[in-house]
Design a protein around this ligand. Structure first.
Ligand SMILES: *Cc1c(COP(=O)(O)O)cnc(C)c1O
Length: 384
């Protein structure tokens, strides 16, 4: 699983300039093609580089608009700004993924849309079939990019995500399901885009030293490829553990008070994290988090920092006189305002023991019930 021998060989190769016995990049490509069924794959050095390369390869640039979910990491809009296109935010559905109706109205409102980036947030499958149908019904020249950075084992009706859109990107950064500390990958079935992506990520050359176009140096290293390949060979076990841990949370949490965020489509999450919505006041949330920390139980507070509050994006909108997009109130994203409140991320990785999960669930259940008894004010009023 860990490819120890191979990793040592690569370290020797770097340190002593000895030749490598294997083509580690090529091996990773073949594994990705086999496991996911991708036609063309291009390993790069980060997920952000994969997004930048995907947009550039699809010919997205100045004057174009790219739609993306409101609640994703800065890497996504930054990649859009890197090709000088305009990032526009779209509201989420109850699974924290891009909402189909919101997408439809944003496509109408932004006729210069040339790409849509759908993120499988927290590994939960987005409604790819519906989203792509909406895009195709309105436009034929829009590239649908799936961001699978947290979704290495996510499927929809048995088919891996990444195969529903026109291009897919993955990340192997710290904390992702497959990780080499950093790394990324782009996949597509479109030969022309693959050829362009290859040049864009390798200083404009199909073969050095023949640099035909402008490009960046985004190449993945042999060491990254070797580490990721080792994990990919073992992905059934890695994702099986996450599924088991997610199952334990689902079994043990009192689902009235601790509502899990689950897929809305017939599919399987990668369970990158187990996301729960706590029906409590912010004050009670803080107390709960303090108690979890006091007991040494691992979890992550999820303070939503949606992109409409991101300073770099607000500055960009204002500088470009896009006042209708520069609204920090979030009133344009009513679903996210509701679903994004009081979230907590529970870990699912291999270090989470059954005992640890039981203790977390017991504490969450107990605190919420105790507060319910203590005072009615404790629980937030539900709007639906
Ligand atoms: C991690 C991540 C990225 C960026 O990948 P890096 O390898 O960190 O550059 C992009 N999108 C999503 C959804 C991510 O989780």
């Amino acid at each position: 699983m860990l490819n120890r021998e191979a990793v040592l060989e690569i370290i020797e190769h770097y340190g002593r300039n000895t030749p490598l016995s294997r083509d580690y990049i090529g091996e990773l490509c073949r594994l990705f093609q086999q496991y996911y069924g991708f036609r063309y794959v291009l390993p790069v050095d980060s997920g952000t580089a994969a997004l930048h390369t995907a947009l550039a390869a699809a010919g997205i640039g100045s004057g174009d608009t790219v739609l993306l979910p409101v609640n994703v990491c800065a890497s996504v809009p930054m990649a859009v700004l890197s090709v000088r296109a305009l990032p526009v935010l779209v509201d989420t559905d109850a699974s924290l993924n891009m909402d189909a109706e919101a997408l439809e109205s944003m496509l109408d409102a932004h006729p210069r849309t040339r790409a849509v980036i759908v993120v499988h947030q927290h590994g939960i499958p987005a409604n790819m079939e519906r989203l792509t149908r909406i895009v195709r019904a309105k436009k034929t020249d829009v590239c649908v990019i799936e961001d699978c950075a947290q979704a290495h084992s996510t499927t929809i009706r048995g088919k891996p995500v990444g195969r529903y859109g026109d291009m897919a990107v993955f990340s192997f950064n710290k904390g992702k399901i497959l990780s080499a500390g950093s790394g990324g990958l782009l996949a597509t079935a479109n030969e022309e885009w693959y050829e362009r992506a290859f040049r864009f990520a390798q200083l404009g050359a199909r073969q050095t030293p023949y640099h035909e176009t402008f490009g960046y140096n985004y190449q993945m290293s042999e060491l990254q490829a070797c580490i990721i390949a080792g994990q990919l060979r073992n992905i059934a076990e890695l994702s099986g553990l996450r599924r088991r841990n997610a199952g334990l949370y689902r079994e043990q949490l009192d689902s009235d008070a601790v509502r899990p965020v689950l897929p809305l489509v017939e599919g399987e999450s990668s369970w990158h994290r187990f996301v729960v919505h706590l029906s409590v006041t912010p004050e009670a949330y803080r107390q709960l988090a303090d108690e979890l920390r006091r007991q040494g139980l691992p979890f992550q507070e999820a303070h939503p920092c949606p992109l409409y509050r991101a300073k770099f994006l607000q500055d960009y909108y204002r500088a470009n006189r896009l006042s209708q997009l520069a609204d920090e109130s979030g009133s344009a994203f009513p679903n996210f305002a509701e679903v994004g409140r009081n979230l907590m991320f529970l870990y699912t990785h291999a270090q989470m023991t059954e005992d640890c999960i039981r203790r977390i669930c017991a504490l969450l259940n107990k605190s919420i019930r105790a507060h319910e008894v203590a005072g009615r004010d404790f629980r937030c009023r539900e709007t639906n």
